[in-house]
Design a binder for this molecule. Structure first.
Ligand code: NDP
Length: 330
């Protein structure tokens, strides 16, 4: 078996030296447990936070131990009624080829209904983040103009399309390359998109949304948040999902300089964690799975092969190598 361990805590951007790829014995399941051979594992931005020992909403990874994360795999040994070899399960012991998991934490998934990788992305945690953030947190309604940053990523690409499919007046996305911008407009049906590396975000957003925005779905923070506040209409809503532009920061970053306009513009700004919204899971899957199956909701997965390449996949994801969900095939 092979697992990826945290070797050291990154200062700034993570590097390969922060990880150890270790060979280990195949573990044996105890009472109430399953041995799972992972087939696909997820690498996600929040893992950057867990590599640090700063207090955060997720507990820090332990040095010298395997990292955790979302994964899907096949049960190879079971000591539990209801799970048998050959079943596929979603669980949280990623970053390794073989995982022993408590059966009560495993969720059965069906590869015949959807490709297994989808349970880590569009039909999984990142899809639910988009759904809960847009509808519940931002209170999206038909006629809203929506701006989403990180728009070509796993969460952002679903946010923009859900808004479009549900009657948005206009959907604008920002992303970090010309190809991503083209994908958003030509494939996903965004009304406008821009490359935030091409010039000041505030100017590009004003041009893309001449009548302002009603909802900002923030995946990035920093300059993007300031620009969104600048373009915010009266009674707008900001759902703060992530601030990836700050995850590698070694110093506290400045607040948006225009925050005081929250008063006159009466906009709201609400942070959220997907973990608080799993009551929406069934509704989300019932609504979104048919849209995925029919092709009305498009999604992209970027695959890297080999558990030994998972650290590089994670590093590359933080730098924008992915379109849609970044995944590692084990
Ligand atoms: P993505 O698939 O969007 O991958 C991360 C992307 O971030 C990269 O592809 C890159 O795209 C972009 N990026 C990296 N650095 C910067 C930067 N400095 N400025 C702008 N963009 C940058 O990841 P996810 O969809 O999984 O996550 C998106 C956001 O949602 C993250 O902030 C994450 O932390 C957050 N999140 C929050 C959850 C919650 O419960 N609140 C749950 C899940 C995710 P590009 O090429 O465009 O730069």
């Amino acid at each position: 078996a092979t697992e990826v361990q945290l070797a050291s805590r990154p200062q700034g951007a993570p590097t390969l030296e922060n990880f150890t790829v270790a060979n280990t014995a195949i573990p044996s399941p105890g009472e109430g447990q399953l041995l799972v051979r992972n087939s696909v594992i997820s690498v996600d931005p929040y893992m950057r936070g867990r590599m640090s020992d700063r207090k955060s909403y997720a507990t820090p990874y332990e040095l010298g131990r395997a990292m955790q994360g979302g994964a899907v795999g096949e049960v190879v040994e079971s000591t539990v009624d209801g799970f048998k070899p050959g079943d596929h399960v979603l669980h949280f012991e990623g970053w390794r080829t073989h995982a022993v998991i408590d059966a009560k934490t495993a969720v059965k998934v069906d590869g015949a209904v959807s490709p297994l990788s989808n349970y880590l992305g569009v039909l999984g945690m990142t899809g639910l983040t988009a759904y809960a953030g847009l509808f519940r947190v931002a209170g999206f309604k038909a006629g809203d103009t929506v701006f989403v940053s990180g728009a070509a990523g796993a969460v952002g690409s679903i946010v923009g399309q859900l808004a479009k499919l549900n009657g948005a007046k206009r959907v604008i996305g920002s992303a970090g390359s010309a190809e991503k911008v083209k994908w958003l407009v030509e494939e996903l049906g965004f009304d406008a998109a821009f490359n935030y590396k091409d010039g000041p975000v505030a100017e590009q957003l004003r041009e893309a949304a001449p009548e302002g925005i009603d909802v900002y779905f923030d995946n990035v923070g920093g300059e993007h948040l300031e620009a969104a506040i600048d373009s915010m209409n009266l009674n707008g809503r900001i759902a703060v999902c992530g601030m990836i532009s700050q995850y590698n920061a070694t110093e506290p970053t400045p607040a948006p300089r225009n925050l005081a306009t929250i008063i006159a513009k009466r906009f709201t700004m609400t942070g959220f964690l997907v973990g608080d919204h799993y009551d929406l899971q069934a509704k989300f899957v019932a609504e979104v799975a048919p849209l995925v199956a029919s092709g009305e909701l498009k999604h992209s997965e970027t695959f890297v092969d080999g558990i030994e390449n998972a650290p590089q996949a994670f590093i590359d994801m933080l730098e924008g190598a992915n379109t849609g969900k970044m995944l590692v095939r084990v």
